[in-house]
Write a protein of this length. Structure first.
Length: 270
C-alpha cells in the first residue's frame, strides 16, 4: 500500500500566550513528540498574529528535536532561545539511533567537506565517513553505510519502511498561502464548533482512504483558525475531534495529540 503523506499546520501564535521560555519550549516540544509518534511527514508553521521571531523560534525547536543527538552541537550554536531544549524528551525514532552504525544501516549525516573524490560526512561514528558523491556542504542528509573497516563508506539513501522524521516548513505566509505552497489534496480543519467526528466518521474515512496528501489545520490560542477558511475554499472538511470536551479550552498541543490519535486509527484501518 502506498504510504500517505501527512502534514499538520500550526500557527506562529502558538507560543504567543506566554513569555516564559521554558513553557514555550515545552509547548513546541510536545507537538514535535506527538508528530513523531504518529508518523507525521511535515509540520508547516503558518503566519497568524505573532511576529516572525515566534515563527523562527518554533521552527528552531522543531528542527532541533528532529535532528539526531550526535549532530545537534554541530548544527545548533549555543544561544538563549535553546536554553531549555535539554528538558525535552528524545524522539526515539529510527533516524535517532543510539548505538554505533553497522554495515547496511541507515543514518543521517552532516556533510562536512567536499573534495574532487567525494564528500566527508559525520554520521555519529567514531570516525568521519566518506561518500563518493560530491554533495552540498553543511547539510543533513540520509545515508546508508555500505562499508565498515579502516574507512566508513556511505551513499545517499533513505529507508522506505521506517519512519524517518518530519520536515519543518516555516512559510511566513498566511494559512491560505501556506496551503497553496504545500498543495495537499485533502484538507481538514479542526474546530470545536464543527460536527463531531463520530457523526461523520464514514465520510472522513472514505476521504482519508482516497487521499494521497492529508493536511490537518490547527488554530492558535486566541482566535483559532481564520474565519475566512470557508469563503476562500481552503478546506474540504471541518471536524471536531474532541466532542463533549470536559474543559473550557483545549490547547493547540493538546488538540494535535487528540486529532492525530484519531487520524492514526483511520489511516491504519482497512
Amino acid at each position: 500500500m502506498l504510504k500517505k503523506h501527512l502534514s499538520i499546520f500550526i500557527p506562529d501564535s502558538l507560543t504567543a500566550e506566554t513569555n516564559d521560555l521554558k513553557l514555550k519550549t515545552y509547548k513546541v516540544g510536545a507537538i514535535a513528540r506527538t508528530a513523531a509518534i504518529f508518523n507525521t511527514d511535515q509540520i508547516v508553521v503558518y503566519h497568524d498574529d505573532a511576529n516572525q521571531k515566534e515563527a523562527n523560534f518554533i521552527s528552531d525547536i522543531l528542527t532541533y528535536m528532529n535532528t539526531p543527538q550526535y549532530l545537534r552541537k554541530k548544527v545548533f550554536p549555543i544561544r538563549n532561545e535553546l536554553k531549555y531544549v535539554g528538558l525535552l524528551p528524545p524522539l526515539r525514532t529510527p533516524h535517532h539511533p543510539t548505538g554505533k552504525p553497522g554495515e547496511g544501516d541507515y543514518r543521517q549525516g552532516l556533510t562536512l567537506k567536499r573534495t574532487k573524490k567525494g564528500t566527508f560526512v559525520d554520521i555519529g561514528a567514531d570516525k568521519i565517513a566518506f561518500c563518493k558523491e560530491q554533495l552540498t556542504v553543511n547539510k543533513i542528509l540520509s545515508f546508508r553505510v555500505t562499508k565498515l573497516g579502516k574507512e566508513i563508506i556511505v551513499e545517499p539513501d533513505e529507508p522506505y519502511d521506517e519512519y524517518w522524521g518530519y520536515e519543518t516548513l516555516s512559510t511566513y505566509k498566511n494559512l491560505h498561502q501556506s496551503i497553496k505552497s504545500v498543495k495537499p489534496d485533502f484538507v481538514v480543519a479542526t474546530s470545536r464548533n464543527a460536527a463531531p467526528i463520530t457523526s461523520i466518521l464514514d465520510e472522513v474515512k472514505f476521504k482519508v482512504n482516497n487521499a494521497k496528501h492529508i493536511a490537518i489545520l490547527f488554530g492558535g490560542p486566541y482566535s483559532g483558525l481564520p474565519e475566512n477558511i470557508h469563503s476562500q475554499n481552503l478546506v474540504d472538511l471541518e471536524v471536531n475531534t474532541i466532542p463533549l470536551q470536559g474543559t473550557k479550552t483545549v490547547r493547540t498541543e493538546e488538540a494535535v495529540l487528540a486529532t492525530l490519535s484519531v487520524f492514526n486509527l483511520l489511516l491504519n484501518s482497512k
